[in-house]
Design a binder for this molecule. Structure first.
Ligand code: NAI
Length: 246
């Protein structure tokens, strides 16, 4: 058990990549708070973890609201006893070419993907520092490094998240907290299932490992960075993309 007696928060943990991360951390012994706006699906994921013998709670949280993220940490400590691991996974897309992108498209994506992570980090950092074992893992994206037409808002939010990762790593290293990012390529979830079939096939043709990634592929990387095995790694970006970008 790599995470015995550890307590983790996974934002956006109800479905997709966040669900896979929650299940994987739990399978290694962590108690997990699923923090998500989607209560119906999040409660089911928490039940799934409990049915497998793990411990989990669901807390309804909009990461753009600092009062929600404060409550997420308070409830976690009250109900699960502590906090060691924060996974900032909640994210959205509103893809459009720049000339068609509205202020609202820009603001909403930056608010959820970048400010949301900042809110969660600020709400958690004192508790993480107190335990002198903190692991923050931010789910960025390949397009935060490479850019992508139609994703000015999304790629900027993910590039910003990588810069935030490095700053948090530097500010809190002396407190025993590491902060790293994972940059997935194209992962088979609701977010990418919306793509037309032809575009998906073309995309797979550009991936050296010849398939889309799975949520579980991402969860393995997060588990590594959240564990003792990664105790000397901080400010790093782990690419999980089948070789699409090296
Ligand atoms: P998804 O859409 O399946 O799941 C996102 C989760 O975040 C949902 O449960 C949703 O309810 C939650 N969420 C959305 N807004 C929220 C808010 N304001 N507060 C709290 N929770 C909120 O997406 P998926 O594919 O699982 O993505 C997870 C993360 O991985 C995102 O940050 C995404 O940008 C990133 N990612 C996904 C890739 C992909 O190919 N699917 C590739 C690279 C990165």
């Amino acid at each position: 058990m790599l995470l015995k007696d550890r307590v983790a928060i996974v934002t956006g943990g109800s479905q997709g990549i966040g669900r896979a991360i929650s299940l994987r951390l739990s399978a290694e012994g962590a108690k997990v708070t699923i923090a998500d706006v989607n209560e119906e699906v999040g409660l089911k994921t928490a039940e799934e973890i409990k049915a497998a013998g793990g411990e989990a709670i669901f807390v309804k949280v909009d990461v753009t609201n600092p009062e929600d993220t404060d409550r997420m940490v308070t409830e976690t400590v009250e109900k699960l006893g502590s906090l060691h691991i924060l996974v900032n996974n909640a994210g959205i897309t509103r893809d459009k070419l720049i000339l068609r992108m509205t202020d609202e498209d820009w603001d909403r994506v930056l608010d959820v993907n970048l400010k949301g992570a900042f809110n969660c980090i600020r709400s958690s950092i004192r508790v993480l520092a107190k335990g002198r074992y903190g692991r923050i893992v931010n789910i960025a994206s390949i397009v935060g490094i490479t850019g992508n037409p139609g994703q000015a808002n999304y790629s900027a939010s993910k590039g910003g998240l990588i810069a935030l990762t490095k700053t948090v790593a530097k500010e809190f290293a002396s407190r025993g907290i590491t902060c790293n990012a994972v940059a997935p390529g194209f992962i088979d979830t609701a977010m990418t299932q919306a793509m037309p079939q032809k575009a998906r096939e073309e995309l797979i043709g550009r991936i050296p490992l010849e398939r889309l990634g799975t949520p579980e592929d991402v969860a393995e990387g997060v588990l590594f960075l959240a564990s003792d095995m990664a105790s000397y790694i901080t400010g790093e970006v782990l690419n999980i993309n089948g070789g699409m970008f090296m």
